[in-house]
Design a protein around this ligand. Structure first.
Ligand SMILES: Nc1ncnc2c1ncn2[C@@H]1O[C@H](COP(=O)(O)OP(=O)(O)OP(=O)(O)O)[C@@H](O)[C@H]1O
Length: 264
């Protein structure tokens, strides 16, 4: 197991935010970090990225994590600099850039933009892009130097359905090629069901479950952690689809099992 957290705790402004987090994660997988608003997902990602103080130990391949060696993308990555898209992506390799940009670096930057279907934006100014386009560019920037640990906080939240699928396809290819570990905080449980190899469910600063989607996200967990009644459907792909029915406590139809639906 390459990412190891032992009794990690985070306290902010006197309040306990994360309590006794013990985690073991192996490489070559996408881990979906899920949980309701305020559960502690961003805090956990920020602690792993060493951006906030924590107690306990966090080790990557047996060593303390160094931010510059990982690919980290915060929840609200902001673009302030007046740079073009290609310049922004190249900054992903800023430690290696000199007075001239090497052709190989430029080719890599253009290649990753192409891979994510946004090569046509290469010469555009970042400020002129939509929020979703900026999110895609920043993701390619983080992946440019091929980090083996990638921490993404809601990295697909501003993307349309096609781009969400595209990003997960690219992340899957990246993980397959590089053997990286990708941890992505994500609200969309259906996306997580489809694309995450492992689910880690956070609730009130603690790990409420980890394992396969089916092991972690079931009707009782949705009731206990999210406070909703939901139907769990099974798509023709075999993946679970969650259909929220009603918020806990309100009246409405409840689920009585898993149903088959045909997706074309
Ligand atoms: N600097 C801070 N000082 C005090 N409390 C904080 C601080 N940062 C976060 N919190 C609290 O910690 C808890 C966890 O926040 P966090 O942002 O990690 O949750 P999250 O699961 O990422 O939520 P969301 O899904 O809404 O993004 C929340 O209750 C939040 O109010």
């Amino acid at each position: 197991m390459v990412l190891r957290l032992d009794t990690v705790r985070v306290t902010r402004s006197g309040t306990s935010i994360l309590r006794d987090i013990n985690v073991r994660l192996g490489r070559g997988q996408i881990v979906g970090l899920v949980g309701p608003n305020g559960a502690g997902k961003s805090t956990l990602i920020n602690a792993i990225a060493t951006l906030i103080p924590f107690s306990g130990t966090i080790r990557w391949q047996g060593l303390p994590i160094r931010l510059r060696e990982i690919g980290y993308m915060p929840q609200q990555a902001q673009v302030r600099a007046d740079l073009s898209v290609i310049e922004t992506v190249l900054l992903g390799r800023h430690e290696q850039l000199g007075w001239r940009v090497a052709t190989t670096h430029l080719d890599q930057a253009l290649g990753i933009l192409e891979d994510f279907g946004i090569a046509h934006l290469a010469r555009r100014n970042m400020q002129s892009l939509s929020g979703g386009q900026q999110q895609l560019v920043l993701l390619t920037q983080r992946l440019l130097r091929e980090p083996k640990l990638v921490l993404l906080d809601e990295a697909t939240s501003a993307l349309d359905i096609r781009h969400q699928l595209q990003v997960f396809d690219r992340l899957r290819a990246y993980v397959g090629r590089s053997g990286a570990l990708v941890v992505i905080a994500i609200h969309d449980l259906n996306l997580a069901a489809r694309h995450a190899d492992t689910i880690m469910l956070l609730d009130q600063g603690q790990v409420a479950g980890s394992g396969s989607f089916a092991e972690v996200i079931h009707e009782q967990a949705l009731r206990d952690v999210y406070g909703i009644e939901a139907e769990l459907l099974r798509a023709s792909t075999g993946h679970t689809v969650i259909l929220p029915v009603t918020a806990y406590g309100s009246t409405g139809p409840t689920s009585n099992g898993i149903h088959d639906v045909q997706l074309n």
